[in-house]
Design a protein around this ligand. Structure first.
Ligand code: IMP
Length: 198
């Protein structure tokens, strides 16, 4: 098992931080956030999720001198050739807005009958900024893009992410229900297994 005493989470998203803390608690790892250490967010200039996650983890590990855990995620729509993809957070430009992103996605999908989409998440754990063998875990969650928004839970594109087998939008799931089946929940399970196995 990889021995870690303290880890910096390379994110300032409160929802993600709570999920990471919950995951790492059983391993007895002390978790601090990059904001607590006064570390600014890294740029995300790359065209793949994995490159962005590596950049975030390396940046935070370099600045803190500690192991770092970063994630990168987004929604990929088949009819749009994988868009919004790595641009999910800024699909409708700046200032960032989930509401404008959702409206932009509905507009882009207006003429498409193929509504298939998936969320993707990659997690990267670097023991140091020079770690040549970071621990990497991925997760996917498949669904469809609905024709109108529904539900108050979750964040981002959740009011549009239709889960046919459940008859619900992902914004209609509880936090626990979502975590059990989501791309981030799956990636976290894989990461935990890898940490235990190493
Ligand atoms: P990140 O913080 O750079 O990983 O940006 C991820 C973006 O992808 C978010 O801002 C959302 O727009 C979208 N996204 C990722 N995961 C989810 C999810 O679980 N629900 C809804 N939107 C998500």
């Amino acid at each position: 098992m990889i021995q870690l005493e303290k880890l910096v989470i390379a994110s300032n998203n409160p929802g993600k931080l709570a999920e990471f803390q919950l995951l790492l608690q059983p391993l007895g790892i002390e978790v601090v956030t990059q904001a607590q250490l006064g570390i600014k967010e890294a740029e995300e200039p790359h065209l793949t999720f994995i490159e962005n996650a590596l950049a975030k983890a390396r940046h935070v590990s370099l600045e803190s001198g500690l192991p770092a855990l970063a994630d990168d995620s987004g929604i990929c729509v088949d009819a749009l050739n994988g868009a919004p993809g790595v641009f999910s957070a800024r699909y409708a430009g700046f200032p960032l807005s989930d509401e404008r992103n959702n409206r932009a996605l509905l507009e882009a999908m207006k003429t498409h009958s193929n509504r298939s989409a998936h969320y993707y998440c990659v997690l990267v754990l670097m023991r140091s900024a020079g770690d040549a063998q970071p621990v990497i875990a991925e997760g996917e969650w498949h669904g469809e893009i609905a024709r109108e928004q529904r539900g108050e839970g979750g964040f981002g594109y959740d009011p549009l992410f239709w889960l046919r087998e459940l008859g619900k939008m992902s914004a209609e799931l509880t936090r626990e229900e979502k975590h059990a089946i989501s791309h981030r929940g799956k990636a976290m399970k894989v990461l935990l297994e890898k940490l235990k196995a190493h």
